[in-house]
Design a protein around this ligand. Structure first.
Ligand SMILES: [Zn+2]
Ligand SMILES: [Zn+2]
Length: 350
């Protein structure tokens, strides 16, 4: 079978390797769709501090072709499944505290592999049973089926955003701010809409502003040309937002958000900040206003299960993020498209 190896910045090689031999606890999946996420894009661009070689591809949907004799799973041959390929050890301090998103073994080599990485950009993947999430999508093999597989491949980003969007204790009618209308910001809008809140999205780019409205935002503000906190206060009788979800915009955006928060509000730092640097915050504001400042990183086994249920039942529309589908093994072209600012997600099809 063919697999993709990241050997250096802008260096992708297709290697012919043996199909993985299945361990009793594993499920062999024929890969059908793989989303090219920021993690893989970082390795492609060379902006990652991690080393090469690397086996990328962690947003995977496919079809079960074999189930190991001792695999504990509902999956049967022919089932369409989503794979959560970032490893979870189940035994570290964090896994045992129910915080498996922070598992200290989340980037380990796959069993039987020397090279690190989730290795989803391959024709077949031998996944551990706990990494397999079943769907009830019937095997029609038509154009609609292929679209659904691309949608299901994006279960991982949905699972990450679920943790962020469901954490603050929001009430119907509350006002929330989402900063950035990239795929993560738009997923926040889709999920928060279902919590009955009013959503202000902060996004300077015109095309992304339109996507924000499609995803469920009530208002879109260009934070570079309009005062976001004034806008938020005007729509909340002067009180401010009940929650802010930061997905993009760097440290200045976070400082701007702090000026428009109501008492008791939550600030959720979903996105990371590059280049890294401090933000200015008066600790008395946190004290007197009882603000909660928190972060959200990756997904848990639990949020992954929720994500698959939401996509399969079309309560979340990930199809709107599939900007382009590229057939394997055209990986160079696919990554050039994936890192281009005019795409949301490029999905590699097999
Ligand atoms: Zn991802
Ligand atoms: Zn662990």
């Amino acid at each position: 079978m063919k697999t993709t190896v990241f050997t250096g910045p802008q260096k992708l090689e297709i290697h012919d390797v043996a199909r993985p031999e299945l361990l009793p606890s594993q499920v062999l999946v024929k890969t059908r769709a793989v989303g090219l996420c920021t993690l893989e894009q970082r390795f492609y661009k060379g902006s990652s501090p991690d080393s090469y070689p690397f086996l990328g591809g962690h947003e995977v949907a496919g079809e079960v072709v074999e189930v190991g004799s001792r695999a504990v799973t509902r999956a049967r041959v022919g089932d369409v499944v989503c794979l959560a390929l970032l490893t979870r050890c189940g035994t570290c301090y964090y896994c045992r505290r129910g915080m498996d998103n922070l598992c200290i073994h989340n980037m380990e080599s796959r069993i039987g592999e020397q090279t690190p990485g989730p290795a989803g950009l391959s024709e077949y993947v031998a996944a551990e049973d706990y990494q397999v999430y079943t769907t009830d999508l019937p095997p029609t093999y038509d154009a609609d089926w292929e679209c659904r597989l691309c949608e299901l491949a994006l279960a991982e980003p949905v699972a990450c955003v679920i943790r962020s969007a469901q954490t603050p204790p929001l009430h119907f009618g509350d006002l929330v701010v989402v900063q950035g209308a990239g795929i993560m910001g738009l997923l926040h809008a889709q999920l928060l809409k279902q919590r009955g809140v009013r959503i202000v999205m902060a996004e300077p780019d015109l095309r992304r502003q339109e996507m924000a409205l499609q995803a469920g935002a009530d208002w879109v503000v260009d934070p570079l040309h309009k005062n976001l906190s004034d806008f938020v206060r005007e729509r909340s009788d002067g009180y401010g937002a009940n929650a802010v979800f930061f997905t993009a915009g760097g440290a200045p955006a976070i400082e701007q958000a702090l000026q428009g928060m109501a008492k008791g509000a939550w600030l959720c730092l979903y996105g990371s900040v590059h280049p890294k640097g401090p933000i200015q915050i008066d600790p008395n504001l946190i004290h007197y206003n009882e603000w909660v400042v928190t972060g959200s990183f990756s997904h848990t086994n639990s949020s992954f299960q929720q994500a698959v249920a939401l996509i399969a039942s079309r309560k979340v529309d990930t199809g709107m993020f599939v900007s382009e589908r590229v057939a394997f093994p055209q990986v160079d072209y696919a990554f050039e498209r994936a890192i281009s600012p005019d795409t949301y997600r490029v999905v590699m099809t097999f």
